[in-house]
Ligand binder design. Structure first.
Ligand code: XMP
Length: 535
């Protein structure tokens, strides 16, 4: 993401949120986005920027403080990411995390060297000096470490504020200049009190007001949407997921019947879901949805296809064909609305900027990762009101807007749907088998009140058959896998330790109620090394 683009985007943010924001300079750590989320959790707006952002660019953004993220490099590596040294002259509070602390030390006259003992994982942190960063914390806390280098000589004006058994310089501070460094990762949940440390920096040190709230966001987003597209026609392709559904609510509130929602039923949704979705929108919320029946054409395209990537491609291509046809039929439209989220923008690959207008143009449809792209003559200008939000913030927006709970807390569901959970060839019959088993799994997890405790739970139909015995007869039938995981963001996941009696009920019900299934197994692999989905 180019920082000039970011500056443009920031101008659109609510004034009260903009007044107080924290800039996070990203040095490539896998946890950088977590820092941004943790800052937002204390109701302060945060923006992630590339570490190449200059002091001049930062001045335009006017943050009240800066956090330097961790990163995989060593500050002494050739070509290691660095920082515009003029940033140190901005007189802003800075918190350096891991690599960020090492860079701060190196730039300001300290020394960083390979550590005698590398520290990875949990380490007890002893706080030697309770500076503002460590307010309200116990004298010793569990912290999460991940570093090969250590600060061995402090920059002038700094003191050591915490240590661990293996790292004598685990936190540093120059209170007068409001510069702080922590070798551990306060953004990771394994650091006990880590959120308090972030809060202390943002509120106590940077003196930010806690003005980033979703009700204010909604007011501003409604005004922005009306200003941009008040009298224009906007198309939204609903997927049934929380992002596009919440967007439909927001856009409908802003634009009324200038918004056209369409739902393409590919035939890969869960039992009753398409009907439920459209009915809920229409009956309960008076948002009309064009229901596009396309089941037959999708299943025809998958005849004989067993390769997972080919499956995805065929579904994606067909989706584009239907989308193209229907948007022409229902159009013309001035804008396409998408539920693009902040992490999508940070990692953006599927969009480009129109050089004439500076607006983002869709070359991919977001909810279907794997489509080849929209045809040249069918490129839309985009409305993406959530492009500054994290997923948990969208859920809060959904709550404020009255989006039904059934949609708000819905587990993530892949664009190609059940087609990638019927392993091997997808046929109507095999889809039906999986759909029925999946329905039972969902009914049971909900009745055991564990639905919200897991990140995803679903069934997978295997392409093999196994021997069983039912009554006096031997059978040779299908197997269903139960896949249930816990996760924070889907990037890593652990298999859910579901109670045996729940697994037992699911297994008995599937074998008794779903024709053609004689065996149920439970997937006990975490991600990595496995993925959440099977294809
Ligand atoms: P994996 O299987 O890679 O999944 O661990 C991580 C998350 O992404 C979802 N997923 C998809 N979503 N199209 C989507 O829209 C896809 O092709 C796709 N594949 C995986 C998956 O359900 C999980 O939440």
């Amino acid at each position: 993401m180019a920082s000039t683009q970011t500056a443009k985007a920031v101008e659109r943010l609510p004034d009260n949120a903009l007044a107080d924001s924290i800039a996070i300079l990203d040095f490539g750590s896998q946890y950088s986005q977590l820092i941004a989320r943790r800052v937002r959790e204390v109701s302060v707006y945060s923006e992630m920027l590339p570490c190449s952002t200059t002091a001049e660019e930062l001045k335009r953004l006017n943050p009240k403080g800066i956090i330097l993220s961790g990163g995989p490099s060593s500050v002494y590596d050739e070509g290691a990411p660095t920082l515009d040294r003029d940033i140190w002259k901005m007189d802003l509070p800075v918190l350096g995390v891991c690599y960020g602390m090492q860079l701060m030390s190196q730039h300001l006259g300290g020394t960083v060297e390979p550590a005698d003992i590398r520290e990875y994982g949990r380490a007890t942190l002893t706080i030697i000096h309770h500076d503002p960063l460590f307010n309200s914390l116990d004298p010793a806390i569990e912290s999460w470490m991940s570093h090969g280098d250590s600060v061995t000589k402090l920059p002038p004006g700094f003191e050591i504020t915490a240590r661990t058994m293996d790292t004598p310089v685990a936190a540093i501070a120059n209170e007068e200049r409001r510069l702080f460094g922590v070798q551990f990762h306060p953004e990771v949940i394994h650091t006990v009190g880590g959120q308090q440390i972030i809060k202390n920096f943002v509120i106590e040190v940077c003196q930010c007001t806690q003005s980033w709230t979703m009700d204010k966001f909604i007011d501003q987003a409604l005004a922005d949407i009306r200003a941009k597209a008040g009298d224009k026609r906007v198309l939204l392709a609903l997927s049934g997921g929380v992002d596009s559904s919440t967007l439909a609510f927001l856009l409908h509130k802003a634009l009324g019947d200038k918004l056209t929602c369409m739902f393409i039923d590919q035939g890969f949704m869960r039992k009753n879901e398409p009907e439920w979705l459209v009915e809920t929108f229409e009956r309960d919320f008076h948002i009309h949805v064009h229901f596009i029946k396309a089941r037959d054409r999708f299943i025809e395209k998958l005849a004989g296809v067993t390769d997972p990537e080919e499956k995805r491609k065929k579904i994606g291509t067909e989706f584009i064909r239907v989308f193209e046809h229907e948007s022409k039929r229902l159009g013309p439209f001035d804008y396409l609305a998408q539920g693009t989220l902040y992490p999508d923008v940070i990692e953006s690959a599927g969009t480009k900027v129109d050089p004439k207008t500076g607006e983002r143009v869709a070359v991919k449809i977001k909810s279907h990762h794997n489509v080849g792209g929209l045809p040249e003559d069918l490129q839309f200008k985009l409305i993406e009101p959530f492009s500054k939000l994290f997923k948990d913030e969208v859920r809060k927006v959904a709550l404020e807007l009255g989006v039904p709970e059934g949609i708000r807390v819905r587990h993530p569901f892949p664009g190609p749907g059940l087609a990638i959970r019927v392993l091997g060839e997808v046929t109507k019959e095999r889809l039906k088998t999986l759909r029925e088993a999946d329905w039972i799994i969902r009914e049971e997890i909900k009745s055991h009140k564990l639905y919200r405790q897991v990140w995803q739970i679903f069934g997978v139909l295997l392409p093999t058959k196994s021997v069983g015995v039912m009554g006096d007869q031997r059978t040779y039938q299908n197997q269903i896998v139960i896949r249930a995981v816990t996760s924070e963001d889907g990037m890593t996941a652990d298999w859910a330790r579901l109670p045996y009696d729940l697994l037992d009920t699911i297994s008995r019900r599937i074998v008794n109620e779903v024709p053609g299934v004689n065996r149920v197994v439970y997937d006990i692999t975490s991600k990595p090394p496995a993925t959440i989905e099977w294809e």
